[in-house]
Design a binder for this molecule. Structure first.
Ligand code: ZN
Length: 426
């Protein structure tokens, strides 16, 4: 919570274009003409890094580095790792400055795409050339620093992303070789700052689904260890105010996490159920917007449908979903190759929607479960919910652990997307 408050504070600081510099209002705003852009890059704003309006900040959470000629203000996140990264970035920038530089650096914080960026800029320089701008970006779970390649698949970056970055950095190969690219994340995509200090946005859409997905995992994320007996229960077709709510109370009571593949048209009015899932550490994934067979739809229609459901989940939970279960498990290779998503099918199917008693579902699952199984059920049937309680009691007693899909495949640590997952090891 503290971190959230801090982030909020920094975003506020950014929005109000704060600066410590008294002469910041002298700075000019500059405009970038469309003709300087490559085809699909976009200007973020027409205003330069240093827009007018300044407010004095006195806040304990902002610190300051100062020697005789250079002063750098920087945020404190009260996180050892992140504060260390920020100090490291400041040190390496200082090392690159010639000794006659006199400068005062201010900063702003921007976030999006699973990353948080701190952008330092020389608030005393009108030209704000590249040597006077530097940035550091880390993942929003505070676990690692991120390069531009972390957001854009370095193995197959889209042509125009490469061309844009190459052009901004004055030569072919800049994208590939220049690790010093100044960029930051924002809600719309990635912004790259060129050698003149001008900013160019690479919109999220233009990654063309090839951006490496930064996986936000549930609470108490605990990936599968070797030789552990694990199983992932997955529930499709909800949320439903009655049965999903009932199932969540069972999961909570038994201290078990599961994975929900929700249908977009069921979400409006039931957003609180998605938040309950997230609060309980469950994974929430996409099960399409309209539950149509993807194999009867065009590529564009499928993408649109997945995104529509994803938006609803994102709006309800603040977390962009990346797990997808296609209705009926039907999905084309072309769609599966979208690296933005992981496609999750199953290997145990008790046909719970035809079951007349919870015991039927229970028997099937117990008889077919192997370690690493993904079980398909539906949170629309009270039989399925009651069966879940029985399954949990039995398997727990036998030493099994119930994991979410992201834990099963340790998705946070880069398990590959672009294929269909059926279970761990099969
Ligand atoms: Zn379904």
């Amino acid at each position: 919570m503290k971190r959230l408050c801090l982030m909020f504070l920094f975003v506020c600081l950014f929005l109000s274009s704060c600066s410590f510099s008294s002469n910041v209002s002298d700075h000019k705003c500059y405009y970038i003409s469309d003709s300087t852009l490559t085809e699909e890059a976009e200007v973020v704003e027409t205003v330069g890094l240093l827009s007018a309006e300044c407010t004095e900040i006195t806040n304990a959470d902002v610190s300051k580095y100062s020697n005789n000629s250079v002063t750098i203000y920087y945020p404190l996140f009260n996180d050892e790792f992140v504060d260390g990264i920020i100090k490291g970035a400041i040190d390496s920038h200082l090392n690159g400055l010639s000794s006659d530089v006199v400068a005062c650096f201010d900063f702003f914080v921007s976030s999006g795409q699973g990353g948080i960026s701190i952008i330092f800029y020389d608030s005393t320089s009108v030209s704000s050339s590249l040597r006077n701008v530097f940035s550091v970006t880390f993942s929003d779970d505070y676990s690692k620093t991120l390069s531009l390649e972390s957001f854009i698949d370095a193995k197959s970056p889209t042509d125009h992303v490469v061309k844009t970055v190459d052009k901004l950095y004055g030569g072919e190969g800049a994208f590939k070789h220049n690790k010093e690219i100044v960029f930051y994340t924002d809600p719309k995509g990635i912004t790259v700052i060129d050698t003149l200090g001008q900013r160019f946005s690479i919109p999220k859409e233009s990654f063309n689904g090839r951006a490496s997905r930064l996986v936000t995992v549930g609470k108490d994320y605990n990936p599968v260890q070797q030789n552990e007996k694990v199983i992932a229960l997955t529930f499709d077709d909800g949320p439903n105010y009655k049965t999903t709510s009932y199932l969540l109370s069972i999961l909570k009571e038994k201290g078990v996490k599961a994975t929900f593949f929700t249908v977009g048209y069921n979400i409006p009015g039931n957003e609180y159920l998605l938040r309950r899932m997230i609060d309980h550490g469950c994974d929430v994934g996409i099960h399409s917007y309209a539950h149509q067979n993807f194999n009867t739809m065009t590529y564009e229609q499928v993408k649109e449908d997945i995104e529509k459901c994803g938006e609803l989940i994102k709006n309800a939970t603040d977390i962009a979903p990346y797990l997808v279960r296609a209705p009926f498990g039907n999905v084309s290779e072309e769609i599966v190759s979208e690296k933005e998503y992981y496609f999750i099918n199953w290997c145990v199917d008790p046909y719970d929607w035809t079951a007349e008693t919870p015991e039927e579902v229970y028997e099937h699952v117990i008889n077919h479960a192997r370690s690493g199984s993904i079980v398909l059920m539906h949170d629309l049937y009270s039989n399925s919910c009651d069966a879940t309680a029985l399954i949990i009691d039995k398997l727990k007693a036998d030493g099994w652990r119930f994991v979410t899909v992201s834990e099963m495949f340790d998705m946070k640590n880069n398990s590959p997307s672009g294929k269909i997952y059926y279970g761990l090891g099969y």
